[in-house]
Design a protein around this ligand. Sequence first.
Ligand SMILES: *Cc1c(COP(=O)(O)O)cnc(C)c1O
Length: 354
Amino acid sequence: MPRPIQAHINLSALENNLRMARRAAPSARIMAVIKADGYGHGLMRTAGALSAADGFALLNMQDAVQLREAGFRQTILLLEGAFNAEDLALAARYDLACVVHSAWQLAMLDAYPEREKLDVWLKVNSGMNRLGFAPQQAAQALEQLRRHRAVRDITLMTHFANADEPRGIAEPLALFNNFATSYRVPRSLANSAALLRYPEAHGDWVRPGLMLYGASPFIDVSAQQLGLQPAMTLRSRIIAVQELRAGDEIGYGALFRAEHAMRVGIVACGYADGYPRHALNGTPLLADGQMTQTLGRVSMDMLYADLSRLPQVDVGSAVTLWGEGLPVEEVARAAGTVSYELMCALTARVPVVC
Ligand SMILES: *Cc1c(COP(=O)(O)O)cnc(C)c1O
């Protein structure tokens, strides 16, 4: 028997979630965000399942070229733009749109000798202070792009820091709109949270990532309530059972001590598979379909499951670490992180099945 851990990728869940994005933003084009290897779901299989999207957004040039060479005809956007002149030449050759977020990229474009045309997405910093030109500088950057011989279509974009938070997007939206209103140029603002919660921010292109993978961006609304289906289910099995007596301890650092006799299952899944090491005692998991919890410290290849109230669970029983039946958001919360990080962290040694 091979080591039993597997990540199941549900392609029809990806398709369903894309339909949900369309339903929520019917007037916008959809730029499916597939950076970080499709949030850990696999670049090509994710793009294939989401092939009804109007565009794909990612960071890596090789990935973008691979998509083109595989025959995807949609808009492909490089979210951090070009890093050097060679990237610009490749972007032109493969028709990849480039974000322009900084003055150094404008300077690089100015020195770009090619005659082949480029599409650019000018990024406006609306308060997140990560990438983009402040509105005052963006006007000049836009003029510079418009005068540029090699620049074809221009789209204005921004990104929200708090679309999933109670604070919302009112301030950055006003800032962006106030700038963009002077120009007849397509606009793109919304990530998953803004797409789902703020129709006024839909613009011409929405940029959902997380929701396509079936996780909710909100603390107070579940994925199920949003009609989303988990695309990734991480499964393994119990490979050993320990019968503890009162006072026995488990794991590195003895973080858990049994108060009475109890059964503990050893699950073939650890941080080298991408399960968070900082998940505390009490992180939820399913054993044979029943909700239970981790105990002690996660080790490289294994973790401990509380089987006290699950006498039917034994060696060979199925375990779900997250996904179908156990939202990744709940595991993330217990581990002090976000679902994005858990999905992206899946490591190469975990076999994927579709
Ligand atoms: C990652 C990313 C998105 C997608 O965000 P989600 O919260 O996953 O929907 C959208 N826009 C930009 C610029 C991003 O970097």
